[in-house]
Design a protein around this ligand. Structure first.
Ligand code: ADP
Length: 268
């Protein structure tokens, strides 16, 4: 699968070379934006129906972003048009004591999609090389080994018929400031704000370095990373829908053959 946002496996990621404002010269109100977004969404709906009916392959979409990066908004937009029976969103928060008593992939593995299903990870096993690294929750020798374990885990899923797409919604530090301020200014958004967000913001550069390493070490043929320019929500939504559509087309799910002859059956 080729797309400008894809991290070519084996290449070193430098986020400063990517423009989070990128929009292909398009504007929000352009007819083309609406057309492309709607076309991708419609196609996704059709392909999902085939995936579900076929029941042999599955799709895992991993969403990662800085705070206010737009994970929730992306899920809302992209899921529109999909049949809820075949989609599931799994959100990963601070691990519980029970989760911490296991290896870091334990809690993740049980949420991977079954055949025919699409699962979206809202945060993921990548937190274990991001927040865990930035806050030094485990020693470096422990999180360093995880890149390889993650690649092996994703390889295992791929061999079991799971297509994996990993999307990093990339916003700028200035955009985050605006979004945090908007949460303070609007009473309806207060619930989204946490005073801890301002502490995390101070660690912006550390997070960027951790993201660059994760994207560099873990973009593989079977589970590529995509860096989505995400300062503009309309562009982000369009590109994400297009990437998912393209992957689903490659999966080429087909309605199963039936073992009866419909023309020989009479419904009385
Ligand atoms: P979100 O920001 O995803 O909408 P929350 O505000 O509840 O949801 O944040 C979830 C928190 O859980 C984040 O601060 C994230 O860094 C943290 N978290 C997720 N996974 C881990 C992990 N493996 N170890 C430590 N913290 C984690």
């Amino acid at each position: 699968m080729e797309h400008f946002a894809m991290v070519e496996p084996g290449t070193r990621v430098d986020l400063s070379a990517i423009d989070p404002d990128f929009r292909e010269g398009l504007s929000k109100r352009d007819e083309e934006v609406k057309r492309r977004r709607d076309a991708a969404r419609d196609a996704m709906g059709d392909l999902q129906q085939r995936l579900y009916a076929e029941g042999t392959q599955s799709l895992l979409i991993v969403l990662q972003a800085m705070d206010t990066g737009g994970k929730d908004g992306t899920i809302r937009h992209v899921m529109r048009g999909l049949n809820p029976a075949g989609v599931h969103v799994a959100s990963f928060k601070v691990p519980t004591p029970q989760e911490l008593a296991h290896d870091f992939l334990w809690r993740v593995h049980r949420h991977t999609p079954r055949r025919g299903q699409i699962v979206v990870f809202n945060r993921s096993h990548y937190e274990d090389v991001l927040v865990v690294r930035v806050h030094e929750l485990v020693p470096e020798r422990v999180w360093r080994r995880r890149y390889e374990r993650i690649n092996e885990f994703e390889q295992l899923l791929a061999e079991a018929g799971t297509r994996i797409l990993k999307l990093f919604l990339y916003i700028s530090k200035a955009e985050q400031k605006e979004r945090l301020q908007a949460r303070l200014d609007n009473p309806d958004k207060h619930w989204k704000f946490s005073p801890a967000d301002t502490k995390e913001r101070k660690l912006w550069e550390e997070y960027i370095a951790a993201y660059e390493d994760a994207l560099t070490h873990c973009s593989t043929e079977v589970a590529p990373w995509f860096v989505i320019p995400a300062n503009r929500k309309w562009y982000r939504n369009m590109i994400v829908a297009e990437i998912i559509e393209a992957a689903m087309r490659e999966m080429a799910p087909r309605f199963p053959e039936v073992d009866f002859d419909p023309s020989k059956i009479t419904i009385k």
